[in-house]
Design a protein around this ligand. Structure first.
Ligand SMILES: Nc1nc2c(ncn2[C@@H]2O[C@H](COP(=O)(O)OP(=O)(O)OP(=O)(O)O)[C@@H](O)[C@H]2O)c(=O)[nH]1
Ligand SMILES: [Mg+2]
Length: 328
């Protein structure tokens, strides 16, 4: 299994495509002579162009049926409407190449070999024009493909716990402790830091833990448009959120700042959000600072205190019901 953008087809640039089409056409023409040679060149060039362009278009998943998590990620990178528009233009050019082939195929037989050669050249010029016209569309689709192909392998259909919180609070320590055996690192193209995706199994169900540095580790006002869109995508993937808080403030952020982030996350996600105070081993400081606020859980990742219980609570919050096969 992989994400739907991993197998996006190679997208040629317009110059490459025209070069390929015409050089294959030249080869095809050499095998024949007279009008037939011209006919063969025309067919080859037009088919190379229309086949390639059609492949580009059909290789993209249908945004109307795609999981919203992926739709939003595509939106973060390229804009779904723009992508659709580019793909439409490319599809149009493919059809147009076929039209040109059909038009000139008929006309080529109406004269001598010399006239056929002139017509074929005219057809080539029109084919080249058509492909040049979608130069920017091909480039945009190629860029989007490059970025989407390397997305971390997050599976929105798997039960997912999103781990959020300010830098240095212990998010990675937590995820690494629980998923050490199968931890993967991958980067979103639009974050400067690496996203960690870990997996663990409980009662034969695979859970996904996502550590979100660069996204859910700062106030919403500090996120640029693309990051905000990515956070929005994460809201579709997450089934529960753990907000890790360092009540000692040793992470460099005061408690109320961290709790403000938590409040934003509560408002943004439609799933249970658990507030977990980490660094319980520094409890005296906690008591001194954490007046009035009450976390759902306390833990110390480094001292192995309460970590499993926090995981249990998160799994309970996810409340995942595996789909049982119907019938017997
Ligand atoms: N005393 C104490 N230190 C901890 C605990 N958990 C994590 N730390 C330390 O806190 C520091 C930050 O931990 P990380 O897991 O890297 O924090 P993070 O939230 O992933 O930070 P970023 O990746 O920068 O966002 C490290 O030095 C950890 O060893 C804990 O329970 N007690
Ligand atoms: Mg980290």
């Amino acid at each position: 299994m992989s994400h739907p953008f991993e197998t996006l087809p190679n997208t040629p640039l317009s110059d490459e495509l025209v070069d390929t089409a015409f050089s294959r056409a030249a080869r095809a023409g050499r095998a024949k002579s007279g009008i037939e040679a011209q006919q063969s060149m025309l067919q080859t060039a037009a088919n190379v162009i229309s086949d390639n362009l059609e492949n580009v278009v059909t290789g993209w998943p249908d945004f109307d049926t795609l999981d919203p998590f992926y739709v939003e990620l595509a939106a973060a990178i390229a804009g779904v409407d723009q992508l659709r528009k580019h793909l439409n233009e490319i599809g149009w050019a493919g059809t147009k190449a076929t039209d040109i082939r059909q038009e000139y195929e008929r006309r080529l037989y109406n004269g001598d070999a010399d006239a056929a050669r002139k017509l074929r050249k005219q057809a080539f010029a029109r084919l080249a024009d058509i492909v040049e016209e979608i130069d920017e569309d091909l480039e945009a689709v190629m860029d989007a493909r490059e970025q989407l192909r390397d997305l971390p392998d997050i599976r929105p259909d798997e039960p997912t716990i999103v781990v959020a919180g300010y830098p240095n609070v212990g998010k990675s320590s937590f995820v690494n402790r629980l998923t050490r055996a199968s931890n993967e690192e991958a980067s979103y193209p639009f974050t400067t830091t690496q996203i960690h995706v870990g997996h663990l199994e409980r009662n034969h169900i695979r859970y996904q833990l996502i550590d979100t540095p660069g996204l859910l580790d700062r106030p919403p006002a500090d996120r640029n448009a693309v990051e905000a869109q990515a956070v929005s995508a994460l809201t579709h993937a997450g089934d529960a959120v753990l907000v890790v808080v360092d009540p000692t403030g040793e992470c460099g952020y005061p408690l109320d700042t961290q709790l403000a982030l938590r409040d934003d996350i509560v408002g943004r996600f439609d799933v249970p959000v658990l507030t977990v105070y980490n660094k319980l081993d520094r409890l005296e400081d906690v008591v001194a600072t954490a007046d009035g606020s009450d976390p759902d859980h306390l833990m110390s990742v480094t001292e192995h205190e309460n970590v499993q219980q926090v995981l249990d609570a998160a799994i309970e919050a996810v409340d995942y019901e595996p789909e049982l096969p119907l019938g017997e």
